[in-house]
Design a protein around this ligand. Structure first.
Ligand code: ADP
Ligand code: ASP
Ligand code: MG
Length: 421
């Protein structure tokens, strides 16, 4: 995994001797007026305890989904630049309202859009990558004794257009700011008390993990555990920013995500994750000749489509079927690219299936422990859950199953690997 582009070394806030904490509050945490006041209270308390605080906020509640729905209701054509302009409005509301709640508590705060905070990104609208963080205005505000409140999930491109960082991107904003400002801690406040052994909404008996290594968290995030955005974990690992994931409802200590110590006891399976955000594409009867798979996946990559699990069948009569998964949001594009190419290379039809889901086991101990896949496949087989695709990495095994069976699969695997509390 490449080191995210990043040109400016951390410049700690020189004029202050107080520890600096970056606190990120997710959508539910700032979901209504009462929640805003609770967050303001906590920020004020953190200050009273002798810390400088930089706050990063998400859009309130389901605002981002609502704005996306609005866009869909208005038009089937959504230019990415305009989509970004629309979605960044959500975080703008949160930051201004939180500053008002802080003003009432006599905490001097100041809101900043991503652009004002100096978050410079590339030009890929709706999934922009941070290139640089120029945090001067935040440092100035801190030096003046203020609490900067930054709109998460957004930046400004090298072409001076407003961009967004992909769903869940406020986590990435927080980690990038923590790295750039040399913060002492980066706290991710959310609606659960930490990172669990499975999504607690699906497995009520899931356990909170007191500590998770960056390595495992990367695989948990990549395989659907949406509690932290994948990009934010990559950033945290590359810049050695320890994260503390915790609840803004109970404020109790949560999960630390940091570098693993050699002595740390490794569980065989740490978490069971699932992901319903992908769809399967199958290109049938691809001529079995060198270079055709390369052409197919090059064309998809050129269209900025992130292909995940890939399966190629054994060739029969000189052709083979190739299946792969893509984010549902890229499905239309993927079909277009594949259909264009199928014509050129003499392949058959291109089929889409959006009723799939992935279930994964993640655990650093898996690499030195045989038999995990056998137990996983048997557990699914015992429930009559058919496995359609399989992919593995050193610390993860993923199976593609029917989406209407995925919750049952997660629960069964969680029990089979004795993760239930
Ligand atoms: P926020 O708006 O605070 O960013 P998210 O909805 O993005 O919150 O992420 C928190 C949610 O992630 C939880 O409500 C939970 O349902 C879900 N989740 C999925 N997998 C896990 C997991 N392994 N541990 C904790 N939460 C998880
Ligand atoms: N509001 C954005 C989203 O819903 C970013 C975030 O909450 O992290 O994806
Ligand atoms: Mg989130």
């Amino acid at each position: 995994m490449g080191r995210p582009g990043w040109r400016v070394p951390p410049q700690p806030v020189a004029s202050s001797t107080m520890p600096l904490v970056v606190q990120k509050y997710g959508g539910t945490s700032v979901g209504d007026a009462e929640r805003m006041r609770a967050v303001a209270d906590h920020v004020a308390r953190t200050r009273r305890q002798g810390n400088d605080v930089v706050v990063v906020v998400s859009a309130m509640g389901k605002t981002t989904d609502d704005l996306l729905r609005l866009a869909g209701d208005v038009s089937s054509v959504q230019p990415p630049r305009e989509l970004d302009m629309l979605l960044t409005a959500g975080e703008r509301v949160s930051m201004a309202v939180l500053c008002m709640a802080l003003a009432e508590l006599d905490v001097e705060a100041m809101s900043f859009t991503g652009s004002q905070a100096g978050i410079i990104t590339d030009t890929s609208h709706t999934r922009a990558k941070i290139l640089e963080v120029r945090g001067d205005r935040l440092r100035e505000a801190l030096a003046q004794g203020r609490v900067p409140v930054v709109a998460g999930f957004q930046g400004v491109s090298t072409e001076r257009d407003v961009t967004t960082l992909g769903r869940g991107g406020s986590d990435t904003t927080a980690v990038a700011l923590a790295a750039a400002l040399g913060a002492d801690a980066c706290e991710i406040y959310t609606d659960v008390t930490g990172v669990f052994s499975a999504d607690p909404r699906i497995v009520p008996r899931a356990r909170r993990l007191p500590r998770v290594s960056f390595e495992e968290m990367l695989d948990i995030a990549a395989s659907g555990g949406r509690v932290l955005a994948l990009r934010s974990v990559e950033f945290a690992r590359n810049h050695q920013v320890p994260l503390h994931v915790r609840s803004s409802f109970t404020w109790e200590p949560g999960t630390w995500v940091d570098e693993e110590e050699p002595s740390m006891e490794q569980a065989v399976v740490t978490a069971v994750t699932h992901d319903t955000s992908e769809a399967k594409v199958t290109v049938v009867r691809v001529p079995d000749k060198p270079g055709l798979a390369a052409r197919l996946f090059r064309a998809l990559a050129d269209a900025q489509i992130n292909v995940d699990t890939i399966v190629q069948n054994t060739s029969v009569h000189g052709t083979t079927d190739i299946s792969f998964t893509v984010p549902k949001t890229d499905l239309r594009n993927s079909l277009q690219v594949c259909r264009d190419l199928a014509g050129e290379i003499g392949a058959g039809e291109v089929a889409a299936d959006d009723a799939i889901a992935k279930v994964s086991l993640v655990g650093a101990g898996m690499r030195s422990y045989p038999g995990i896949s056998a137990t996983m496949f048997q557990t699914l087989a015992d429930r009559g859950i058919n496995i359609e695709m399989i992919s593995t990495s050193t610390i993860r095994i993923t199976c593609v199953v029917r989406s209407d069976r995925v919750e049952e699969a997660v629960q069964a695997l969680h029990a089979a690997f004795e993760l239930d509390s």
